[in-house]
Design a protein. Structure first.
Length: 196
């Protein structure tokens, strides 16, 4: 029994917990060990938590973890990614769908269209951004077509391109040197002080 109303398992003494804390490399685990050792020594929960650098409720939560899982329960759990909603087989089917030209009035696949296809085919609901992440993971990139004005005349554009002058030839090394020599800032007058 530690602080008033707070049971702490007694199989490891406060002295041993402090020794483990000195050998521990993770600073968070060290402060948790010291906090629990303080409680085992009979310190009240508030003072034990303050000396360990945490608040009373946090120390209480870690004591519950310690009671359930021992010293290993004081370590932070590794953060992982959520499991993928589509199985590898479903992703291969989706890849085959994306590689085909869409049917109907669609010219190309959009994420919103693929979102609907995924819901119908596989029963999985994705957000549009998540569909984009799935496509990137499968190796697809987002392509954006150059906008075309609805009243653009392609024949006139081609005729205009033919009237442009031919590309200028590369300048000779002499003219490049002249450009380098003529560039830079204007020369300014030096200081009136004499150099001795």
């Amino acid at each position: 029994m530690g602080a008033k109303g707070l049971d702490v398992r007694q199989d490891i003494s406060a002295v041993v917990l402090r020794k483990k804390a000195r050998q521990e490399k993770d600073g968070k685990v060290v402060s948790r060990l010291f906090g629990i050792a303080n409680v085992l020594d009979g310190m009240n929960r508030g003072e034990a938590a303050r000396q360990a650098g945490m608040n009373r409720q946090t120390l209480c939560d870690w004591i519950h973890q310690y009671n359930d899982k021992g010293v290993e329960g004081l370590r932070d759990r590794p953060k992982g990614h959520a499991p993928r909603a589509l199985t590898p087989e479903q992703e291969k089917k989706l890849e085959a769908i994306v590689e085909q030209t869409p049917e109907g009035t669609l010219i190309r696949w959009r994420r919103v269209d693929l979102k609907t296809v995924i819901e119908k085919e596989f029963g999985v609901t994705y957000h549009e951004r998540s569909v984009g992440k799935v496509l990137r993971r499968m190796g697809f990139v987002r392509l954006s077509v150059r906008p075309l004005h609805p009243e653009a005349n392609l024949e006139e554009q081609e005729a205009f391109k033919k009237t442009l002058p031919p590309k200028l030839h590369k300048s000779s090394p002499i003219t490049q040197l002249e450009k380098i020599l003529s560039s830079g800032s204007k020369t300014k007058r030096g200081s009136d002080k004499k150099v001795r």
